[in-house]
Design a protein around this ligand. Sequence first.
Ligand SMILES: Cc1ncc(C[n+]2csc(CCOP(=O)(O)OP(=O)(O)O)c2C)c(N)n1
Ligand code: SF4
Length: 249
Amino acid sequence: MAEFRITGMHTGVPTHYCPGCSHGLIERLVMESIEELGIQERVIAVPGVGCAGLAAAYYNCDCHSPSHGRALAVATGIKRVRPDNIVFTYQGDGDLASIGMMETIHAANRGEVLTTIMANNAAYGMTGGQASPTTLLGQRTTTSQQGRTVKANGYPVHMSELLSQLDGVYYIERVTVNTVPNIRKAKKAIKHAFQNQIEGKGFNFVEVLASCPTTWGMSPVDAAKWIGTDMIREYPLGVFVDKDQGVQR
Ligand SMILES: Cc1ncc(C[n+]2csc(CCOP(=O)(O)OP(=O)(O)O)c2C)c(N)n1
Ligand code: SF4
């Protein structure tokens, strides 16, 4: 059995992700933010399910793994009984916007003082690339083999825009990690979403456009390019809500 080194927020367990997957990168930004803010001893992670949920093996902090879609209900309970802890969820789009849609909307609407990082890779990754609520129109998946259509599957769900309509939210930004400048912006947004919670401000939501080259049937390079073209066109980047700055789109 391999020996793992404990280094700050990272357990040292090598990630299980496919080449070019964004999860490891986003999780690294989460871990760096927590270390830099000096909150590692106070953090409780609630990673969701699927490939996103594998994060429980990498975060060197208390973790609670919920069932599919229930991450924000579980995080709410933890934060309410342990308000001094910093509680965050890390969820895929299948988890957060499909089975967990109800939990997501109500936690945001209640203004829970939480941080949620959504890795939106426009598919159910772990279970074989089925269509999710955020799959693009025309995108081929294992359950939309001719491409997603409005008639069969409805329109892509824009979580940042949708949650922006709720009075309970404090901060919402959509970012991506397909280029180095975008990775830097993503880190800033994630750190800000934790800083707000430290100051007692919530609900904080960062949607990260993420790659899943395996289920998309693309090389890692083509997947990064596709984010920069097709995904960003459907899901524009930017700040949707920042109550400190008086922004509410
Ligand atoms: C109630 C329930 N329904 C379905 C599943 C099966 N399941 C496990 S992971 C997963 C896909 C998760 O996709 P997503 O949240 O987008 O995360 P990703 O794998 O893309 O990171 C599904 C459907 C489950 N575990 N529990
Ligand atoms: S299936 Fe997709 S989300 Fe899962 S590890 Fe592979 S690339 Fe990442």
